[in-house]
Design a protein around this ligand. Sequence first.
Ligand code: DQA
Length: 149
Amino acid sequence: MVKTIFVLNGPNLNLLGKREPEIYGTETLEDVRMRTEARAQQLGLAIDFRQSNNEGQLVDWVQEAREVADAIIMNAAGLTHTSVALLDALQAAELPVVEVHLSNIFRRDPFRQHSYISLGANGVICGLGAKGYELAVEAVADIIIKQGS
Ligand code: DQA
């Protein structure tokens, strides 16, 4: 059966392409979705790509992933730096998790340099723009293969 990765995007990422393009680039979230999906297809994986501006919705999706998905790629956006609830959900999910950020959060405001999500992630990719999502799919594929599941 084809393995499914939930790709979950947090607040304001629906504005990609319009939002601070000097930081986040000119590609839209739909462009990012297509790139991520293309890489997943090449690797024989399926993706379920979602975005929400609401923390509770993201927590619900992580809980859903626990039941139906094989891994999670998450760009929690601003919630990265605030959300213990999302961290708790990720830790409860007991799935491979790769955290992604378009921008290099370590080259930005000091408050962006701490991520709650990282405590629940196998790895973090940041600063590589939309390419980071493709790399996250590759990382997840490796983890799933190593797990042999
Ligand atoms: C982001 C980085 C976060 O600090 C910021 O709040 C975002 C996007 C990124 O992809 O670079 O909304 O997660």
